[in-house]
Design a protein around this ligand. Structure first.
Ligand code: DSN
Length: 466
């Protein structure tokens, strides 16, 4: 009888964890380093008392934090499980294998490398594994949502490879006709699909056909949507692409890190592709893996395999739709007229992204300024801001809260509607400095700030993620 009761209590705990606010104490740092302690406390307070709307950010579980803060950081492990350049790696081998096996299972792929330090190093390793210097590569233009490492002129990728860029159409969808035309003309070795500011579903299947028609490798950079794919709310690229790269800290809700996977399609094209990726990470471009991060990835992959994670991913998308709809109803202009995923791009008017970012930051809504398609201004002073729902959904918010947040954003847009950057680019930094100071004293801004604080405290940073 007693045993049955015990079992029941345990299973209730696993399926319905209690959500409490989590607060890190930093007691050892407090003893040793008051300066850093104060900074950590201040950042902890900022995260708790504001709402994170940057679509590439999220909140990890205490279990992920525990693995990140573990003694695994003490160990060097250059090489791979069973083939290291250092002794003492018996347990590390098991941890890395655990992370690799879990992620292979999660995405349904035959090969994974969990060592990339983050997304950009993962992408660089793909170039090293598949291209020679000077080869042609096709990727999405930065202003149209693409990533720096997909061939943008300021990135090393454009220095070492001949990069050609495709765009989105007026409606915000990838211009497949242009992709086909450029692929036929330039015969790229590699084509990237994936972005940091694209609000529609990625056409993996269609781009798979384009890549096959010119014999190119197709790589899906799913950094933003990895968690949505796991949750089944975005099409998976696994059947259509050769290689997949991702970060693990965005919608996937793991530690800050990177990951490369090879699909069956990729291995069929080149049975050595996995080995080439391994070599391109170590010794090709990195040294020892960050074992504490590998362990934290193993934790996050397990968390992502639970039914609760699927519910989370669905809610992220539902929340984004609610946020977008309320913004549109209130007169805001969203690129592509809405969103299919976790993020939206708001057109704030020429060069006004930084102004709106600062004003929203002042009320406790954290966003990032971003370029928009056919950007009329510049990456430093762009016209848009990027918004997303991964972090606020982790805090337990639903569509009701999204409507509140959208209304605050609309009020801030109204308060700042007459602000614009000085014509002379030299005067802009000073203008933004003054604006940052002055906006704090605006009566309406102060009122919104207090409402945001109340909502933030009603939805504390969760202790256990569900
Ligand atoms: N910095 C990432 C993002 O915010 O989307 C992309 O690398």
């Amino acid at each position: 009888m007693k045993k049955t009761i015990k079992k029941k209590v345990r299973s209730t705990r696993i399926t319905m964890p209690k959500i409490r606010s989590t607060k890190q104490k930093f007691s050892k740092i407090k003893e040793q380093d008051k300066t850093l302690y104060k900074l950590l406390q201040a950042e902890q307070k900022r995260q708790a008392d504001s709402l994170e709307l940057i679509p590439s950010e999220n909140i990890v579980s205490k279990a992920v934090l525990e693995a990140m803060g573990s003694m695994l950081t003490n160990k060097y492990s250059e090489g791979y499980p069973g083939a290291r350049y250092y002794g003492g790696n018996e347990e590390i081998d098991k941890i890395e294998n655990l992370a690799r096996d879990r992620v292979k299972e999660l995405f349904g792929v035959p090969y994974a490398n969990v060592q990339p330090y983050s997304g950009s190093p993962a992408n660089m390793a793909v170039y090293i594994a598949t291209c020679e210097a000077g080869d042609t590569v096709l990727g999405q233009h930065l202003f149209d949502g693409g990533h720096l490492t997909h061939g943008w002129k300021a990135s090393a990728t454009a220095k070492f490879f001949n990069t050609v860029q495709y765009h989105v159409k007026e409606d915000g969808y990838i211009d497949l006709d242009e992709v086909k035309r450029l692929a036929k003309k330039h015969k790229p070795k590699l084509i990237w699909v994936g972005a940091t500011a694209y609000v529609r579903e990625f056409p993996f299947k269609e781009l798979g056909k384009v890549a096959d028609s010119v014999g190119a490798y197709l790589v899906a950079d799913i950094a933003h949507i990895a968690g949505l794919i796991v949750a089944g709310v975005h099409i998976s690229p696994v059947k259509y692409v050769d290689i997949i790269t991702t970060t693990t800290h965005k919608t996937l809700r793991g530690p800050r890190g990177g990951l490369i996977m090879v699909t069956n399609k990729g291995l069929k094209k080149d049975s050595k592709l996995g080995v080439k990726i391994d070599k391109s990470i170590m010794p090709g471009s990195q040294g020892g893996p960050h074992n504490h991060t590998t362990a934290a990835m193993a934790v996050a992959f397990k968390e992502a395999s639970r039914p609760a994670f699927k519910r989370y991913g669905k809610q992220v998308v539902k929340n984004a739709e609610a946020l977008a709809n309320t913004l549109i109803k209130g007169g805001a202009e969203l690129v592509s007229g809405g969103t299919d995923n976790h993020l939206m791009l708001l057109n704030c008017g020429e060069g006004r992204g930084a102004i709106v970012e600062i004003a929203l930051d002042t009320v406790g809504l954290t966003v990032n300024k971003n370029t928009i398609p056919k950007e009329p201004a510049s990456p430093m002073y762009p016209s848009g801001i990027r918004l997303g729902t991964p972090s606020i959904t982790t805090r337990g918010m639903k569509t009701k809260e999204m409507k509140k947040i959208a209304k605050w954003i609309l009020r801030v847009l109204d308060i700042t509607k007459d602000e614009s950057l000085p014509e002379n680019s030299k005067d802009r930094a000073l203008y933004l400095k003054d604006f940052t100071e002055n906006i704090k004293h605006n009566k309406d801004i102060k009122a919104i700030k207090s409402e945001v604080l109340t909502l933030s405290r009603d939805f504390p940073i969760p202790d256990v993620l569900v």
